[in-house]
Design a protein around this ligand. Structure first.
Ligand code: TXA
Ligand code: MG
Length: 313
């Protein structure tokens, strides 16, 4: 049980928040939409700690927050259309799903192993100051426990995540109150993945291409979508030894060809999950086997993801 402190979003609060972020601990911070639970987007462990605090039973990809186009271009590749949208709506409550750059510093857990990345340049001075102080992009889902509603005040965050995070920066109620609009930017169209205060009409006016609405079922949980990263090789779970031709992903005492965590640590295992699945997929092995993962805490999210990876396709 962690003692959760609420501090005003002044210089002292920001300094403390940035120090926690650099130690890999998540901090709740206001944005113009809702409070976010921010962590270092370049550290798999930091992102795993966000999931652990939220108690989320599955890994949804997270939005990566930046303060400049230069920072954004290090993690995502911008078409002329994406740049036009950035010029018009950033900083602000618009998240764009774009191709991730080759050699992006963002951890694979942040994007849940997807080839795309959701990027947003927030307008809120506190979130911006925290990104600047940390000197790196911050991943931030809404700052609420899994399954509960988003927080628009520091007290909402404390009620939902109290005892699970060290710090909430308080800058009063958020202005917009609903999460950012999410749009997938494609060559000749936009796909609205989540409606928000920047509407389809506003986007179409700037983009000059059609904006298609996607059904919301798919949006809440892209982890369920078929486009979600899945290995190309068959995956066998609960394996304690490798069969002929298998690449064994280990955990704890099952050492395997590579281990999610030799010391059986779930945060470390979550951080390494997608990297190891990619490595196993690219190896010479014909199939992938994965050691048993305890079914509690972050293990629920890891097992959810593994179950999908192992599902017949
Ligand atoms: O306003 C907001 O966007 C807030 C503040 C904190 O910035 N953040 C937020 O994050 O709402 P979250 O994690 O609650 O929602 C992120 C959504 C998820 O539904 C996720 O599926 C989607 O973004 N998402 C992230 N990366 C994606 C990707 N590569 N492709 C499709 N959807 C993606
Ligand atoms: Mg949310």
């Amino acid at each position: 049980m962690t003692q959760t402190r609420i501090l005003p979003a002044d210089q002292a609060g920001l300094t403390e928040a940035a120090a926690l972020i650099l130690r890999g601990l998540p901090v709740a911070v206001p944005t113009e939409t809702v409070y976010g639970l921010a962590g270092d987007a370049t550290s798999g462990e930091a992102v795993a700690a966000i999931y652990a605090a939220k108690g989320r039973p599955s890994f949804n990809p997270l939005i990566v927050h930046v303060t400049s186009l230069t920072m954004a271009e290090r993690v995502a590749s911008f078409s002329p259309l994406a740049r036009r949208l950035a010029d018009s709506f950033w900083p602000g409550p618009l998240t764009m799903v774009l191709p991730a750059t080759a050699g992006s510093p963002v951890a694979s857990l942040t994007t849940a192993g997807l080839p795309t990345i959701a990027v947003r340049m927030p307008a809120h001075p506190t979130m911006r100051a925290l990104i600047e102080a940390a000197g790196r992009p911050l991943a931030a889902p809404s700052a609420n426990a899994s399954g509960s509603i988003s927080a628009t005040r520091a007290t909402h965050v404390a009620r939902s995540l109290g005892g699970r995070i060290a710090l909430v920066l308080d800058a009063g109620p958020t202005e917009v109150g609903i999460e950012s609009t999410i749009v997938a930017v494609e060559t000749d169209r936009l796909r609205l993945l989540r409606p928000g205060s920047i509407t389809a009409t506003m986007l179409a006016d700037v983009a000059g291409v059609p904006v298609e609405a996607t059904d919301t079922g798919a949006i809440e949980a892209p982890g369920q979508m078929t486009s979600h990263y899945a290995p190309s090789k068959p995956v066998r779970l609960e394996a304690t030894t490798a069969r002929a031709g298998e690449y064994l992903v280990g955990f704890g005492e099952v050492t395997g060809d590579a281990s999610l965590s030799l010391r059986g640590d779930l945060i470390e295992a979550a951080a390494r999950l997608f990297d190891l699945l990619h490595a196993a997929d690219q190896s010479d092995a014909i199939a992938i086997a994965v050691a048993p993962i305890p079914h509690d805490g972050l293990g629920l999210a890891i097992n959810d993801r593994l179950k999908r990876a192992a599902a017949p396709r």
